[in-house]
Design a protein around this ligand. Sequence first.
Ligand code: FMN
Length: 477
Amino acid sequence: MAQDLREWLAQAEGIGYLKRIDGADWDLEIGAAAALNAKRKNCPALLFDNVTGYPRGNRVLTNSTSSPNLVALVLDLPQNSSDMELSNALRQKLPEWDDHLDQFPPVMVEKGPILENIHSGGEINLFEFPVPRWHELDIGRYIGTASVVITRDPDTSQVNLGTYRIMAHNRNTTGFYISPGKHGRIHYEKYHARGERCPVAISVGHHPLLFRVACIEVAPGSEYNLAGIIGREPVRTLTEEVTGLPIPADAEIVIAGWCPPGKMLEEGPFGEWTGYYASKERPAPIIEVERVYHRNNPILLGSHNDLPPHDETYFHVLVKSAMLTNELIQSGVPDVRGAWLSEAGLYQLIVVSIKQRYAGHAKQAALLASQGRVGSYMGRYIIVVDEDIDPSDINEVLWAMCTRSDPEKDIDIIRRTRSSALDPMIRKPSTAYYNSRAVIDACKPYEWMTEFPQEIRIDPELARRVREKWGDILLCQ
Ligand SMILES: Cc1cc2nc3c(=O)[nH]c(=O)nc-3n(C[C@H](O)[C@H](O)[C@H](O)COP(=O)(O)O)c2cc1C
């Protein structure tokens, strides 16, 4: 598989999933075009060139994984699959990738395209790239929205990659927002507790696979390996001169510097994945940039959020649903048909479909889904349905909820669970980001499920016959 973003672009173009936009303004137009594009099922990736005020060749890429065939291209899955086929293929691959994480560890190289241009001191200017102002109420221009932030644990030396938003405060200072408990934050907090500055390197243009392994909750230290096993070849890294961190040798743009203790600048508001500017403005840590590396004609990788569906939602639903299904099965919940995050709410609306085996089975599945690795962050509603309900079909799910649950006995509330500053329902400023979870048992009541009214389903054989006879009138396929 390609490691280089440019090879990947050629592949995306080859399958008809890359479109070029000429002459957009970095100020809001790139963001708006990416947002409108993401509202269409099967949308292409967009490559913006000739951006207002910038020389041709200095480009921005968005929507790199907003549709099924692009996700398949990034994760090496079959093209032209349905959502469920992709999810099932992923469910098979996840444990294989986990078991073979050490097969393709990153390799250290001396040279790479990222070294084509190196800036330090007064030459550094983050605005030499067409950094978008993505949303109308953003506090400023965000250079990192699909970033790979590279940090090292000062205790264990483990290197972590995480996607965190990066604001360009001025020519040589960025700010970043990392939620409590995420690895990049734990790392800088450890340095700061010792009174030391934290070394940070940030790639803001790279193969979408690197972005995707950085933004999912995998074991710290395993992201480069995961990219290696998915791509079936080691990621080529080289040692960044100032921080000593391993940066991708084939990246497009890398920023490196120090996050000092005690120095903060206002960060936010910024348009977030929930569809709101919820975290507002707060002081946040900064990075004093000491080096900028970039390829000739660099490509900035971006991702735009607004009301769903947006750039992010399809990938997250697919990958996290597969992860959650496997997680529930591994934790011992029997007969899980599938779990699904919704594009409308991502973690905030999780559906689990089970074949009920015993009293309390639905509640067990719901509680584990709400507090596991995938579902514990910023969740809100967990709905459990029977096995005849397709968890990815929101109409079927809501029908089951309307007809198989009684609010008085089937909704439980779990209080003081993990949320985040991004939660629009938490009034700011706040010192502790708790929310609650509603667990909705929308399965037929276990004790009389065999007597439950029979649903009206059209027999598949009858449906086939009728389609065959009058398909042209019924517009059935
Ligand atoms: C496009 C995108 C932007 C993200 N921005 C942030 C962010 O600004 N801050 C944050 O804490 N998490 C953000 N996340 C989520 C983290 O990337 C994700 O939780 C990841 O697992 C963090 O890595 P870690 O588990 O190694 O800390 C973002 C995810 C995506 C897909």
